[in-house]
Ligand binder design. Structure first.
Ligand SMILES: Cc1ncc(COP(=O)(O)O)c(C=O)c1O
Length: 373
């Protein structure tokens, strides 16, 4: 299979050179199935964001479990995922001539839904659709509190919907939003979800009253997944991180530690400084992603009190000051990263294991931008 790394059956995860990302395949499969059931039980469509795994066979597993299509952030992700799906939502405004050219050159079997938040972006899409005709659905991106992209005011959302409606080659499909501002404990999201539900409803009603009923109302994230049912107007959800989960997801309560499928295996290379051990996984293996309320950049599986407190590019410093555990030079440790999507993006190859045995390895096929003019 394309992108699969050949393995002999003799490999256990302990024999793989470190640092190396390992995926517990049982956990991955459970995570995929659990989210699919959760979403289906709430009468919603699932459109997982592939930015977490960037891997076609995992997207295929998500689709086989009931996802109706995929979400991509980059055109390269869409190019790679075109081999496994018929429908992609591009959740990032394609505001560049080359991006637009590549987007419109995607295989014809792909239905495209594109999120934008400005009349400028609508104009660019319209021009591209005239130059390279193909059906394109467009969703207006709403800002529901993150203040990243999207329109806050329902009237502005309506005006954007009208601009899409006026573009002869584009079809207005609805709205999308990303509740990235709700990143605390799921149990503390009541007020935020209530507000989001009201804001969303107001936007939808404004659109409906003006003759622009939003068929697609697409939103959601892994930290808000347990509360998807509280958003009355929602039609589909786009969680991404849930396939692997990470320390951040655990901190929200949206999963527990046993549902973290990806760890980075690292070797202790030095214990020369008292009170610490140094592993061969630094910022180029773990990513340097701080997280509010979490100490360090990752924690050791089975020793959650031990965190990676400092990093160089190829060195990770484990703080042992609060534990009696003393790993020795040559020992292997597995680290749960703060933000798993970054770890995936930093690695060419990932290995999947069941128990101790490495069952498969794969290239992170949609990693990078895939751009070669
Ligand atoms: C636009 C958009 N949709 C969906 C997601 C998925 O969120 P999560 O990874 O928390 O599931 C993201 C994450 O960055 C996003 O930016």
């Amino acid at each position: 299979m394309a992108g699969t790394i050949g393995l002999t059956s003799a490999w256990t995860w302990r024999s793989l050179e470190t640092p190396v990302p390992l995926v517990d395949l049982d956990r991955l499969e459970d995570n995929i199935a659990r989210m699919a059931h959760h979403v289906e039980a709430r009468g919603l469509a699932l459109r997982p964001h592939v930015k977490t795994h960037k891997t076609p066979w995992i997207a295929e597993a998500q689709l086989a479990a009931g996802a109706q299509g995929l979400t991509c952030a980059t055109v390269f992700e869409a190019e790679v995922m075109a081999s496994v799906t018929n429908e992609i939502l591009l959740a990032h405004p394609p505001v560049h001539a080359e991006k637009l050219r590549r987007l419109f050159a995607l295989p014809d079997h792909l239905s495209l839904i594109i999120g934008v938040d400005s009349p400028d972006a609508v104009g660019m899409l319209q021009k591209a659709a005239e130059q390279w005709p193909r059906p394109v659905k467009v969703v207006a991106e709403a800002d529901v509190g993150l203040k990243r992209v999207g329109l806050r005011n329902p009237t502005d959302v309506l005006q954007l919907a009208q601009a899409i409606g006026r573009a002869p080659s584009l079809e207005f499909a609805g709205i999308m939003f990303y509740p990235g501002h709700l990143k605390g404990a799921t149990s503390d999201q009541s007020e935020g979800m209530l507000r989001l539900n009201q804001d969303l409803h107001q936007m939808c009603e404004t659109l409906r009253r003006a003759g622009f009923p939003p068929a697609v109302i697409s939103g959601g994230s892994t930290p808000t997944a347990p509360r998807f049912g509280e958003l009355a107007d929602l039609t589909e959800v786009r969680p991404g991180t849930y396939v692997y989960n990470d320390r951040t997801t655990v901190s929200t309560g949206a999963c527990d530690l046993r549902q973290c499928a990806l760890t980075v295996s690292a070797t202790v290379v030095s214990t020369s400084v008292q009170g610490q051990a140094v592993v061969d996984a630094g910022s180029k293996a773990l990513g340097r992603e701080p997280h509010e309320g979490l100490a360090g950049y990752g924690e050791v599986l089975d020793h959650p009190e031990v965190v990676v407190t400092r990093m160089s590019e190829e060195h990770g410093i484990l703080d042992l000051s609060s534990v009696t555990w003393r790993p020795r030079v040559g020992d292997l440790v597995r680290i749960i990263p703060n933000h798993v999507c970054i770890v995936v993006h930093l690695n060419d190859v990932i290995y999947g294991m069941r128990g101790e045995v490495v069952e498969r390895g794969w290239e992170v096929a949609a990693r990078g931008r895939g751009y070669c003019p």
